[in-house]
Design a protein around this ligand. Structure first.
Ligand code: SAH
Ligand code: SF4
Ligand code: F3S
Length: 449
């Protein structure tokens, strides 16, 4: 075991990935170093409970940690994130190595708690309280940033969609202060980031809670878009019901805003949408899509879809397939509905049998494959730009090595670039040559910048 070393295992959404990255930086700032699981003194499980059997997943991950570390009592295990928020002190039962449980707001205090626990071996700590406003976190060391940076703009969600556990695990919506957001954006751009993704569970509702400082989401977007050094701007996740005219206009007005929007539809049936308490219907969604495409004709949409929501009929499901075709989603995340404790839909009657859910999911994914393939194929021959993220695992032909970047749509693209240089973080103009299953290949058409 390596003294002052840590290993983080991350489950769940982009916000969890971001929390884990922050925790790694904060621990590094306190003199810890990252290590493989077998050697780590501190093991963090950053957990998700949005679907399926999250408790079991955490218990089996804890079992694996115990096995790999030989049950060494000197190893400190911390469980953080949404399952920690949900199960709290129960996680101490039976798992001797677990000495820290930190929920969604509590994670901000995890670095200090970890130091304290290492100094006081008999101690256990739980950080489960929700705070009343957004908690700013320690910055950590200021080393070079990745080309693509994620910036939190809020915590929690107030929507209570009937299937969803997030409002319970992440708490009520709390907007972060605008100056703190802009400062963090400037800091990552200063350290070399070229692209920023603003993160939150319902980003368009930014500012509309008691922590809001009078700046709307659209106003925040235009301020971030104006920051020097920013080449690309994205955000995730918007809620269709909260996309206002200013949010739509931003796609026409803000040059760095990428022509890609992840817009969760969940279902194409009005009755199901109503029971999900999504507060929009097919017509609203289609109208929104039409406005977005009018503002930005090259916009591509992706989405989240749930199949087998309680009471979903074959006809409801077919309405979802039909909406997928009408919207021409370039990609989608699709899930079988699963009961979440505390979420309203868990009490709904007419649960759909797993085999029916599974059969619908397969049909939906088959259609998505077709739509995605069509979308990728339509990209061939187009001129675009890539932000290079690193060397490609695929070997380039001839003398030039192959690199992987992303186009403005977020699609991975492979391109060969001059040998002998690190191109990470550079922008390169290209022409798309060929569509692969989930990626594209391209040829450079001009100078890197
Ligand atoms: N705030 C975001 C993301 C929420 S969680 C949003 O509003 O879209 C990510 C996705 O998980 C959701 O969009 C939904 O498609 C899916 N999901 C959430 N709860 C679920 C459940 N109980 N069963 C199946 N899928 C679920
Ligand atoms: Fe969950 Fe709905 Fe909030 Fe998204 S908007 S996090 S699906 S409650
Ligand atoms: Fe999962 Fe929590 Fe994110 S439940 S999806 S980690 S907000």
């Amino acid at each position: 075991m390596l003294e002052k070393s840590f290993h983080i295992l991350t489950f769940g959404c982009q916000m969890n990935v971001h929390d884990s990255q922050w925790l790694a930086r904060a621990l590094t700032g306190r003199g810890f170093q990252e290590a493989p699981l077998e050697q780590a003194q501190v093991v963090v499980l950053n957990t998700c409970s949005v679907r399926e059997k999250p408790e079991q997943k955490v218990i089996s991950a804890l079992g694996r940690v115990r096995q790999v570390t030989g049950g060494n009592p000197g190893v400190l295990v911390a469980v953080t994130g949404c399952v920690a928020q949900q199960l709290g002190g129960k996680l101490f039962e039976g798992a001797g190595q677990v000495r820290l449980v930190a929920g969604s707001d509590g994670i901000a205090g995890a670095p200090a708690a970890i130091e304290r626990l290492l100094a006081e071996p008999g101690l256990r700590l739980s950080l489960l309280d929700f705070t009343s406003s957004y908690v700013e976190r320690e910055a950590g060391p200021r080393h070079a940033a990745e080309p693509v940076a994620y910036i939190n703009i809020m915590q929690g969600c107030d929507n209570f969609c009937t299937y969803c556990i997030v409002p319970f695990t992440r708490g009520r919506q709390k907007s972060r202060a605008t100056p703190a957001i802009l400062e963090e954006c400037l800091a990552v751009l200063d350290r070399g980031a070229r692209e920023i993704t603003l993160l939150g569970q319902n980003v368009n509702a930014f500012g509309r809670d008691k922590s809001g400082d009078g700046v709307s989401f659209a106003a925040l977007l235009s301020r971030v878009a104006a920051l020097p050094g920013l080449a690309r701007l994205r955000y995730v996740t918007p809620h269709p019901k909260d996309m206002g005219p200013d949010d739509v206009a931003a796609f026409a007005e803000l040059a760095p805003l990428c022509p890609r929007l992840h817009l969760p539809l969940q279902s194409g049936s009005d009755t199901v949408l109503e029971r999900m308490r999504r507060k929009y219907n097919r017509r609203d969604f289609l109208d929104l899509v039409a406005c977005l495409r009018a503002a930005r004709p090259d916009l591509a949409l992706s989405t989240d879809l749930i199949v087998g929501f309680p009471g979903e009929t074959e006809k409801d499901f077919e309405a979802t397939l039909e909406m997928m075709e009408s919207c021409g989603f370039m990609s989608s995340f699709s899930f079988c509905y699963s009961d979440r404790p505390g979420a309203r839909a868990a009490l709904f009657p007419d649960k759909i049998p797993p085999e029916v859910q599974q059969e619908r999911l397969l049909r939906l994914q088959e259609l998505q494959e077709k739509l995605s393939r069509r979308w990728l194929e339509a990209r061939t021959g187009r001129e675009t730009s890539l932000l290079i993220e690193g060397p490609s695992r695929r070997q380039g032909l001839g003398a030039e090595p192959s690199w992987q970047g992303r186009d403005p749509y977020g699609v991975p693209v492979h391109v060969t670039l001059p040998a002998g240089e690190d191109h990470t973080g550079r922008m390169v103009p290209v022409r798309i040559m060929e569509a692969k299953k989930h990626s594209l290949t391209a040829r450079r058409t001009g100078a890197l910048w």
